[in-house]
Ligand binder design. Structure first.
Ligand code: CMC
Length: 436
């Protein structure tokens, strides 16, 4: 961390002594005030539910400028990565800090490809779930269960274990997501086919059957690959912070990633892609474009509890750059499949237009986020709605691992242990049950 010449001074109105707090500069982005000694010197904590002003770590992986609508992985703009690189190159970049040269790429792809199969026993574990279980419930279980299958990569403090766990997770997530899907539809699992691309292999495991092979279509494979790239990392979001916090106890990497999957499931986070599509389907069922005005009215009514899913972001107060790229992919996919007149897409475009012009959304800087479009793309490709978030978890796995590795390698790393402002009862005595 680069120390700043500026110091912050904290003063108190009750006459307690002032405290100087050091500031550190990032390479870009806001400076941070170092409050680590605050409690020791003043006996006070800071209070910041939701981490609105708190940096929980320093990181070299991903940078977001929410006002500009900028997203960088290791310094590279997401727009360039999405158009010039594939997902496995992006994984390499996130994990090791640099884009691979051709030889490094070949070696990395070969290593990942070598691990695409899962232990045969895992299918019996999967069979314990109800067939109608939500794929994210299944994924949380399957990823956590990996620690029971791969004992030689469970020591989070051993860099070799972490490396092999990373490769295994990246390689096996598509296989697990496809297995979870096949299980719900009662079809046999399709084994990975290692001469296909990462995204192509995933789509074949999803859509092939033993009776009929699936020939991946280039446009759709590119779209899926782009979904993976755009979701690969997003700095200290809720699931990534969960993975860091979980891993900070020294638990094994599979358990920490399973915690990330569980957190991602929520509709305010990764579950928004599923929620956004369900919302569009709901509006469509209830009258379509003609009913948008009524729906927007509900969204603006704070008592209704209705939100425009796929809109708004904690960090982006401008157009989500991932949404722009996904919007482009959306057009490509709908063109390729001849679905441009798809009513759901028309509805989404109309909803976007109205929301972008509406004072409520303009004043609050609410723009479409990536999930507004990724659902439409996935639906067009033939992915069932409940699987959207599982695909997000597949893509985000590399980001979680890169962040976990960064944390473990940081000499300042400590177990995460937030403090609290206690506002409950003061100490009191337990009365015998008959006197209560
Ligand atoms: N629809 C209607 N109003 C909204 C929405 C929305 N989608 N998002 C925010 N607002 C309002 C909110 O009610 C508040 O209004 P007011 O100032 O009058 O109280 C104001 O905008 C600020 O919102 P906030 O709740 O303080 O913002 P936040 O940073 O806590 O929440 C969010 C961010 C993403 C949870 C929220 O925008 C949201 O729930 N969006 C819908 C879910 C969604 O699409 N999530 C996907 C995020 S992108 C994928 C990912 O990275 O996980």
């Amino acid at each position: 961390m680069i120390p700043s010449d500026v110091k912050a001074t904290l003063s108190f109105s009750d006459g307690s002594p002032n405290m100087d707090l050091p500031l550190y500069k990032g390479t870009i982005g806001p400076d941070v005030i170092d409050i680590r000694k605050l409690y020791a010197q003043t006996g006070k904590f800071t209070y910041d539910p939701g981490f609105l002003s708190t940096a929980s770590c320093n990181s070299t992986i991903t940078y977001i400028d929410g006002d500009k609508g900028e997203l960088l992985y290791r310094g590279y703009p997401i727009e360039q990565l999405a158009t010039s690189c594939d997902y496995l190159e992006t994984c390499y970049l996130l994990l090791y800090g640099e884009l691979p040269n051709p030889a490094q790429k070949e070696e990395f792809v070969a290593r990942v490809t070598n691990h695409t199969m899962v232990n045969e026993q895992m299918q019996f574990f999967l069979r314990g779930f109800r067939r109608d279980a939500h794929p994210m419930a299944v994924m949380t279980g399957l990823v956590g269960a990996m620690s029971a299958f791969y004992h030689d990569s469970t020591d989070i403090n051993n860099p070799e274990h972490r490396e092999i766990a990373a490769i295994r997770l990246i390689a096996k997530m598509p296989t697990l997501v496809a297995m979870a899907y096949k299980y719900t539809v009662g079809q046999p699992y399709i084994y990975p086919k290692n001469d296909l691309s990462y995204a192509g292999n995933f789509m074949r495991m999803m859509f092939a059957t033993p009776c009929e092979d699936y020939k991946p279509n280039d446009v759709l494979v590119r779209a899926m690959d782009r979904i993976f790239i755009l979701h690969a990392d997003h700095e200290q979001n809720a699931s990534t912070s969960t993975v860091r916090l979980c891993g900070s106890s020294g638990t094994n990497p599979f358990a920490a990633i399973a915690a990330g999957v569980a957190c991602l499931w929520g509709p305010a986070h990764g579950g928004a892609n599923e929620a956004a599509l369900n919302m569009l389907e709901d509006i469509q069922r209830n009258g379509g474009v003609a009913k948008i005005g009524e729906f927007i009215k509900q969204v603006k009514d704070k008592n209704s509890g209705v939100k425009l899913m796929g809109f708004g972001h904690r960090v982006y107060k401008n157009y989500d750059p991932r949404a722009k790229l996904m919007r482009e992919t959306c057009h490509e996919v709908l063109d390729e499949l001849g679905l441009h007149n798809d009513p759901m897409f028309k509805l989404a475009m109309e909803l976007e237009k109205i929301a972008l012009e509406d004072e409520y959304f303009v004043a609050r800087k609410l723009y479409p986020n990536v999930d507004f479009y990724s659902g439409i793309v996935q639906r067009a490709i033939g992915i069932p709605v409940p699987l959207f978030t599982a695909i997000f978890s597949l893509a985000r796995t590399v980001g979680w691992i890169a962040q976990l590795n960064e944390m473990i390698g940081d000499p300042e790393y400590k177990i995460g242990r937030p403090r609290q402002l206690y506002v409950g009862a003061t100490a009191r005595n337990v009365k015998p049950i008959g006197e209560r």
